[in-house]
Ligand binder design. Structure first.
Ligand code: ZN
Ligand code: ZN
Length: 207
């Protein structure tokens, strides 16, 4: 499986990804400028997955879904942010955004769209309630949102954040994946599970 197409943009330099599953393309997150990027590339995604509802990840989501005519997916626990983005004006959101209704809410162990094949969803809250990671076991790729970064982890000081929950979720659900799994995070460069296991300062000791 080829590498995903990567877009980085917006005030928080947020990563969005376009994953090509062969006959189905999943866009992961929608920072500012991602829609223009897709228009230039002339690629309409078939699905939009929002890893979580923080403003830097949903900025273009409503417009992108309208333009592509594609369904939008996220976890129920992050729906309040997606449906009431103005609630984030108190923490970093510089202007009003369009609410993003879900076509279907996805749970960790519930059904996923059939066209996503053997993909799996991991629920790893602690940075934000309802943070989902998309794991593709075949190519060994994890699209993690703001959960795990290269030698870092997501911040836990925003509303609904919880450090212990975040770190234990990463240990239980991500560090147990095969070491060669490539982690594509919401910010910064890609990394691997093996590298984070050995070199991530936040994960050295049990909390
Ligand atoms: Zn976030
Ligand atoms: Zn972010």
């Amino acid at each position: 499986m080829p590498k995903p197409l990567i877009y980085t943009g917006g005030l928080a330099a947020t990563n969005a990804y376009l994953v090509n599953l062969g006959d189905h393309r999943i866009a992961i997150d929608a920072p500012e400028g991602f829609l223009d990027f897709l228009k230039e590339e002339k690629i309409k995604p078939d699905s939009l997955l929002l890893t979580h509802g923080h403003w830097d990840h949903i900025w273009d989501a409503a417009d992108l879904a309208d333009w592509a005519g594609c369904p939008v997916y996220y976890h129920p626990d992050t729906a309040f942010l997606c449906l009431q983005p103005d609630s984030m004006l108190g923490f970093g959101l510089p202007q009003r955004l369009r609410p993003v209704p879900a076509t279907q809410l996805l749970e960790e162990s519930g059904p996923i769209p059939a066209s996503w094949g053997n993909a799996r969803l991991l629920l790893v809250p602690g940075h934000c309630p309802g943070s989902l990671c998309l794991y593709l076991p075949g190519p060994g790729q994890l699209y993690g949102g703001d959960v795990l970064f290269a030698e870092g982890v997501g911040r836990w000081d925003l509303p609904g954040g919880d450090r212990a929950q975040l770190l234990s979720g990463i240990r239980k659900k991500i560090l147990t994946l095969p070491g060669r799994t490539i982690v594509y995070p919401g910010h910064g460069p890609a990394t691997t599970v093996a590298h984070e296991k050995s070199s991530n300062p936040f994960l050295e000791k049990e909390v």
